[in-house]
Design a protein around this ligand. Structure first.
Ligand SMILES: C[S@@+](CC[C@H](N)C(=O)[O-])C[C@H]1O[C@@H](n2cnc3c(N)ncnc32)[C@H](O)[C@@H]1O
Length: 224
């Protein structure tokens, strides 16, 4: 994916600003909504070294992630104290430990065969890491690589993009709807003002920051 953000530079710091030092609260709260069977596979696009990877694996799920930065992937395994194997796999380096597989490389190179078993997409700080000119490609690729019946838990951020350049970028719920509504019913789970909890961004001039958790249910698999 051609992009202007230098992600490798972000990963020269041990804990980049977007890295949460805890399991994501929306993930913990809303995962039960998806009624996943034990051992189900969860795909985390642009996974960084999120603690969510380990937490999900400890809940008994299989986690598949893709991440551009080898520093992020290796930090994840080292910080979780998980011995891993590392192999070249096409355009990727594939890292594996227990029920976790992380592909180090470009998200756009992931193939459907790698996600055949995927039962949930968990997108936290992923679509908001994509520049606006790449978001349609991100969504289209997602539709090509996940099985048709795969739901998503997606957390997006909305703020005045003229106050801060990003990443993360502001991706309003309406934009998520434009991208995913043809394939998904989109339900708003929770929306919260977060500016008081992000003093670093407030200091950069941001006056409001809204975080929204969405449940995306594939059409044809909704309860209506
Ligand atoms: C904002 S961070 C979020 C990481 C993670 N989802 C989390 O919640 O901590 C975005 C991540 O996407 C990675 N990334 C950016 N472009 C990518 C691409 N084309 N393919 C794979 N990973 C990418 C970056 O290296 C970075 O770690």
């Amino acid at each position: 994916m051609k992009q202007t953000v230098d992600w490798h530079k972000h990963w020269t710091r041990p804990n980049p600003g977007f890295h949460e030092g805890q399991v994501n609260r929306y993930l913990e709260k809303y995962l039960p909504l998806f009624s996943l069977p034990a051992g189900a596979t969860i795909f985390m696009p642009l996974c960084g070294k999120a603690l969510d990877i380990y937490w999900l694996s400890q809940q008994g799920y299989r986690v598949i992630g893709v991440e551009l930065s080898a520093v992020a992937v290796e930090s994840f395994f080292n910080e979780a104290d998980l011995p891993y194997s590392k192999k070249t796999d096409g355009k990727f380096t594939r890292y594996e430990a227990q029920n976790i597989t992380l592909y180090q490389g470009d998200y756009l190179d992931i193939q459907a065969a790698q996600l055949e078993q995927c039962a949930l997409v968990y997108d936290r700080a992923s679509i908001v890491a994509i520049e606006s000119f790449n978001r349609a490609s991100y969504q289209q690729r997602m539709m090509q690589i996940i099985p048709a019946a795969t739901p998503m838990l997606l957390i997006t951020l909305t703020y005045d993009q003229s106050q801060m350049s990003g990443p993360p970028f502001s991706v309003p719920v309406d934009e998520i709807r434009q991208l995913y509504q043809p394939d998904y019913q989109i339900d708003l789970l929770e929306s919260n003002e977060q500016i008081e909890e992000r003093p670093r961004w407030r200091d950069q001039g941001l006056t409001s920051l809204n975080e929204t958790a969405l449940k995306l249910t594939p059409r044809g698999h909704c309860d209506e």
